[in-house]
Design a protein around this ligand. Structure first.
Ligand code: ZN
Length: 199
């Protein structure tokens, strides 16, 4: 039985995605062994990120400033808006470097089972943003899951009412079923964006 300080560390690490109890234990031991080189800088980075990183009030991206770097960048194309499920998907799109517009991060998909409705995903805010004008194309880059596609169709219907002049497209489904953007290589994202179709 390890000391309670270690047990607590392991329990918290085990909650991270991809880390089970075994790998959490190994991670905790590595941290304790590499106190100066790894553990203290990590603790410092965690505290700084917790204090300074926030959600962008315009798009939902995570950044130390609000509006985020993408929203604040004047060189981005203001006529193009890409709707993604998670911040990780926004980052994947940025890594692929194929999209030069701005984003809207939903933070999830519609799910009656989990009680996630349009308000929880900021869909009224998205509709208002597009209705303001200036956006000519909304690209749906949502997962090819049932929930993802239900959400895309719901948003398309809402936007057709709120901003009928905006074209609504979706990424081509060259992507794996249920695949999240974050797991796709840059080439696949670029191809899916290039071959996008009307919803
Ligand atoms: Zn932003």
């Amino acid at each position: 039985m390890a000391a309670p300080e270690i047990e607590k560390l392991v329990t918290l690490l085990a909650r991270l995605p991809g880390l089970g109890p075994r790998s959490a234990r190994r991670a905790a031991l590595t941290l304790l062994r590499r106190r100066e080189a790894l553990m203290l800088p990590l603790a410092d980075a965690l505290a700084k990120a917790a204090a300074e990183v926030k959600s962008c009030t315009i798009c939902g991206n995570l950044d130390a400033r609000d509006p985020c770097g993408v929203c604040a960048d004047e060189r981005r194309d203001p006529t193009q808006l890409c709707v993604v499920e998670q911040v990780a998907d926004l980052w994947a799109m940025e890594r692929a470097g194929a999209f030069r517009g701005r984003y809207h991060v939903l933070g999830g998909t519609l799910s009656a089972l989990d009680g996630i409705g349009p308000d929880e995903l900021g869909i009224p805010k998205l509709a208002a943003r597009v209705a303001e004008g200036g956006i000519t194309e909304v690209v749906m880059a949502l997962p090819a899951t049932v929930d993802g596609q239900t959400t895309a169709h719901y948003i398309a219907d809402r936007l057709a009412e709120a901003a009928p002049e905006a074209n609504i497209t979706r990424l081509a489904h060259g992507m794996p079923v249920g695949g999240a953007l974050d797991y796709m290589d840059d080439g696949t994202i670029q191809a899916a964006l290039k071959a996008r179709r009307p919803v």
